[in-house]
Ligand binder design. Structure first.
Ligand code: G6P
Length: 615
């Protein structure tokens, strides 16, 4: 979490950094700050609140001249969000200034040492300790900034993406990375630094993504020198050409990124299967799967590891894989998996699912699985992300940038990709008949159009949102393939409207949640035709007899549920295994509209961040 931005070159740094912070705000938004070098001194301004608050403050507080600067948008770890704890942080001398994304775990022992040496600390942050450690080393050892950063980082335990500059040497910025992402944009005699490439897209398409344990000294009008932090060896920079464009990261006429991303799902799903699903030839082509077919075929077990919404996609995949591929599946929260001494065998295939590809727990779980000999396949959206690089093989969802903190298109594209993999493996293993396989391909190909139809219920959903926006509790029920969708629907509502919501397998309702039902309680029931339809109709009757308010997601043309439910929202018919791709849509729209009506910050819900790079 936290977003970092920097610039060194011939342009005014301030607008580039400010705009960059706005683009990175999805990474954290409880405070923000900027430090600029105006040719003589450092000008620093920071504040609790959002980048807009910073913008207002800066303009009355400091001059914004200068062609070198760094900026930060924070998701607090050490120290509450307030002005003092916001980044950038000065060293005691006032010469050095730093921004940091990550956590310094051994900060206490480092702080003790520095206190003994006469240093003092204004904030509660681990970052201020790091910048003073750098100053101390620089002075004690009489070394340049780059060397001091390197020595300091070799003493640090934790995760970081940092950028530091020294007002005595204002022609360079030193950056380093371990665990948190850091991209360097290469312009003509100018350089950009950012947690992802979005802040510099309009200036350059050439970027270097630092690897873990690498640092770079970026010199104005000159070059970027990359070294290994541990052994000081020089690294040959690999400059990538970015495929993203500006349009993808703008709201495009929508009020919120979340709404834009909900409506992008038809095209995002198409982008996920484009070139992979060849329905005429009845072929699924995915290099990462083909190249490792033996591993997949011989897998005794598939373990999905993920967090948040991606974990829900893993749950949907559990149904698909067990159903079609007949391989035992486990779905694990990465944060639990990594700490509980799991049994992992060499014939296990681990599929790590992550939109950002940066989630710290998922990354650590991958490393653990690899160390025990498992084959790790990464399903990520962000190209070149840490999880994508750490996995043995993988496939991208190609959903395009997802900026709204509440994940939407990432979920449906992950399910699409995992369905493709399952179908390919089922074909290879002979666990699916050729007619069933073809039918799946044809149906999957029609999903974007059907998602489009599902989106047409927006106006109707808005009316339902208006009726229930003021309740305090919601229950979401589903069975089979749609049980994970119930969990995801509840998560969406919690995340952005702060209404308490629980997702449950419909039959389990009798073992607890039924006690909550009264005539104030809205219960969203996913009751599509295929699967456990009769059973779920019985569950609806149980709710009805307790006077709960039923919002049912049904298959187009359904009549039985219509008679029982207070509201129905229709989705087109499809195969049971593909229903999650459609039933998710109304749940996303329902939570979106409730949150908007409650005047919540939909794209940046409180306390959350898009990319969780701390444990
Ligand atoms: C955060 C985000 C969620 C996301 C989860 C996992 O909590 O707010 O939307 O599902 O992280 O992120 P990942 O990038 O690994 O899918």
């Amino acid at each position: 979490m936290c977003g970092i931005v920097g610039y060194i070159g011939h342009r005014e740094a301030y607008p580039i950094i400010l705009n960059g912070l706005k683009r990175l705000e999805y990474r954290g938004y409880d405070s923000a700050g900027i430090a600029l070098f105006d040719g003589e001194d450092i000008k620093l301004s920071k504040t609790k609140g959002k980048v807009n608050d910073l913008e207002k403050k800066i303009e009355s507080e400091i001059s914004t001249n200068g062609t070198l600067g760094i900026g930060h948008t924070r998701w607090a770890t050490h120290g509450v969000p307030n002005d003092v704890n916001s980044h950038p942080h000065y060293s005691n001398s006032g010469n050095l200034v730093i921004i940091h994304n990550g956590i310094i775990e051994n900060y206490e022992s480092l702080k003790k040492e520095l206190l003994k040496r006469g240093y003092s600390f204004a904030s509660d942050t681990d970052t201020e300790i790091l910048i003073n450690l750098i100053q101390d080393i620089k002075e004690k050892e009489n070394v340049k900034l780059g060397k001091a950063v390197q020595i300091a980082l070799n003493q640090v335990v934790g995760a970081y993406a940092v950028a530091v500059f020294d007002k005595e040497k204002p022609n360079e910025i030193v950056v380093a990375k371990l665990g948190s992402p850091l991209a360097i944009g290469i312009g003509d005699g100018e350089f950009f630094i950012a947690s992802d490439a979005t802040p510099f897209l309009e200036y350059t398409k050439n970027a270097i993504y630092l690897e873990d344990e690498e640092m770079a000294i970026i010199r104005k009008h000159k070059d970027v020198k990359i070294r290994k932090i541990k052994d000081d060896s020089l690294v040959n920079p690999y400059v990538q050409e970015l495929q993203m464009n500006l349009e993808q990261i703008e709201k495009g006429g929508y009020d919120h990124f979340m709404l834009k991303e909900i409506f992008e799902q038809p095209s995002a799903i198409k982008d996920t299967y484009r070139g992979r699903l060849l329905s005429k030839e009845a072929i699924i082509k995915m290099a990462g799967v083909e190249d490792n077919m033996k591993k997949f075929i011989n897998a005794e077990r598939i373990i999905f590891i993920a967090c948040g919404t991606s974990w829900h996609a893993g749950l949907v995949a559990e149904y698909i894989f067990e159903d079609l591929v007949r391989i035992p599946v486990e779905v694990e929260y990465a944060s639990e998996f990594r700490y509980r001494n799991p049994v992992i065998k060499e014939n296990d295939v681990v599929i790590a699912i992550s939109q950002s590809g940066e989630t710290a727990d998922t990354l650590a779980a991958i490393k653990l699985a690899k160390s025990k000999g498992a084959f790790v396949f990464g399903v990520c959206n962000v190209v070149g992300s840490s999880i994508a690089r750490e996995s043995n093989a993988g496939a991208y969802t190609h959903a395009g940038p997802e900026i709204g903190v509440a994940s939407t298109k990432a979920f449906t594209t992950q399910i699409t990709l995992l369905t493709l993999i399952a179908l390919r493996l089922a074909r290879a293993k002979g666990t699916i008949s050729s007619s069933d396989y073809r039918l799946h391909l044809l149906e999957l190909e029609m999903i974007p159009e059907k998602v489009n139809d599902a989106l047409k219920s927006e106006a109707h959903i808005k009316k339902i949102a208006d009726i229930y926006k003021d309740v305090h509790n919601f229950l979401y029920l589903g069975r089979g393939y749609n049980f994970p969708v119930a969990l995801e629907g509840a998560l969406k509502l919690k995340e952005i409207s702060y209404i308490h919501a629980e997702g449950y397998p419909a039959a389990e309702m009798k073992h607890g949640p039924i006690a909550l039902i009264d005539d104030n309680m809205p219960i969203v029931v996913i009751a599509t035709k295929k699967g456990h339809y009769d059973k779920i109709v019985s569950n609806i009757q149980e709710i009805k007899s307790r006077k709960g308010k039923i919002i049912a997601i049904v298959t187009e043309g359904d009549t039985s549920v219509k008679e029982l439910a207070d509201h129905v929202i229709e989705v087109p018919e499809t195969l049971e295994s593909l229903t999650p791709l459609l039933t998710t849509i109304p749940l996303q729209l329902l939570s979106y509209h409730i949150a908007v009506m409650l005047d919540k910050n939909v794209d940046q819900p409180r306390n959350l961040a898009k990319s969780v790079t701390v444990e």
